[in-house]
Design a protein around this ligand. Structure first.
Ligand code: HEM
Length: 355
């Protein structure tokens, strides 16, 4: 009796099997975009795998965190590789999540019936940024310590709930060992748990609704539309792309290691040139450029209100882009909105690094 037969007699998988064999992926100039969500998924898997290995040695705490990371990279066999791969895949994860988001945006994949897929995607990105922010502090080095101070200060300026938010984030009034304990819990338990649930919803929706095609391809008559079987053709291609990404992460880890730097000293003055991670740079730079006062409000407050409002608009795009709702409309305004957003983020990020 084969394993498949043995299993089939106990768990009926014929429905899932039939579904997999029937599933197909549209074949057109943009099929390559469909790999981006899968790459993001793979990088998340890599994060979990390397993160669990790091957890075997990492010791949160003001007097142990930095030391345990130092020990991990110098004494534990391949510890350095696991740490570097975790850092690199974290950065690539955010990069690919952004790329995936912008491609589904320009393909108008958020249109009916995929509004919830979009909403769950924005939540995933926000959680992903939360992973980055909380993980940055964990080595307890100088740069991370002061960047967290600046970052949480920004949260403290949010109208009405700012003070509360700041204390919840820092577990007190300042960034201390208690903040580190809190960030550790958020990074290794809270965020992975919430992310997994939202990701399951996102993927279940993608599976049941199938892949969308942009309006231009939708207009083609059915006989001119082409498809690729999901199993085994697309799955094999996905696997090849993932293998390539794994190699890229390993090469980056070996040739471009992330320095640990110096241990954080809360008593020392902030070193010059404190910068957040690259994906927060556009916001950081915008806040830096704003004057101290704008009309009767503090400049930073105006910036924070602007970002909150902008984030909300982005989240609600499927409901605001009414023109895209009747199928096959182009809704140019939102296309230009997306291009403008990318240009703004790119300019601010480059400016932030150059100045
Ligand atoms: C951060 C982690 C994320 C993971 C792991 C993930 C994963 C995936 C996967 C595997 C797919 C199917 C293949 C593809 O279209 O690329 C997909 C589709 C989709 N994702 Fe995501 N995604 C993430 C974030 C996002 C974000 C930030 C958005 C947008 C705000 C988003 C919106 C969508 C939409 C609308 C689809 C359907 C695309 C279509 O039908 O053409 N996702 N996602």
């Amino acid at each position: 009796m084969s394993v498949q037969q043995w299993l089939q007699e106990r768990v009926d998988l014929s429905g899932a099997q039939e579904f997999m064999l029937k599933k197909k992926v549209p074949l057109f100039y943009g099929t390559v975009w469909y790999y981006l969500g899968g790459i993001t998924l793979f990088l998340f898997g890599l994060q979990i795998a390397t993160g669990i290995l790091l957890l075997l040695y990492y010791q949160p705490g003001e007097s142990t965190a930095f030391e345990s990371v130092q020990m991990l990279v110098s004494k534990v066999e391949f510890g350095w590789l696991i740490r570097e791969m975790h850092s690199w895949s974290a950065n690539l994860f955010v990069l690919f999540a952004f790329l995936h988001m912008f491609t589904v945006f320009f393909a108008k994949a958020y249109r009916k019936p995929r509004e919830v897929t979009w909403l769950s995607g924005v939540v995933l990105l926000a959680l992903g940024l939360g992973f980055g922010f909380s993980g940055y502090l964990l080595p307890w080095n100088e740069l991370a310590y002061f960047a967290t101070r600046v970052g949480s200060d920004v949260a403290g300026n949010v109208p009405v709930i700012g003070g509360f938010l700041l204390r919840v984030m820092r577990a007190g009034d300042d960034v201390t060992g208690a903040t580190l304990t809190r960030f550790h819990g958020i990074h290794v338990a809270l965020l992975p748990a919430i992310f997994t649930v939202v990701l399951a919803i996102h993927l279940a929706l993608v599976q049941t609704q199938g892949m969308s095609v942009p309006p231009a391809v939708e207009k083609l008559p059915p006989e001119r539309r082409r498809y690729l079987p999901f199993f085994p053709n697309f799955v094999m291609r996905d696997a090849m792309v993932w293998l390539l990404i794994l190699n890229v992460v390993a090469l980056l880890a070996v040739f471009f290691p992330w320095e640990i730097g110096h241990k954080a000293d809360p008593m020392a003055p902030a070193p010059p040139g404190i910068k957040p991670e690259w994906y927060f740079m556009f916001m950081f730079q915008t806040l830096k450029l704003l004057p101290a006062h704008l009309l009767f409000l503090e400049g930073e407050l105006v910036g924070i209100i602007g970002f909150t409002f902008g984030g909300l608009i982005w989240f609600l795009v499927p409901f605001l882009d009414r023109k895209a709702d009747p199928r096959s409309k182009v809704s140019r305004f939102f296309t230009w909105f997306g291009i403008g957003l990318i240009a703004y983020m790119a300019v601010m990020t480059i400016w932030g690094y150059l100045v």
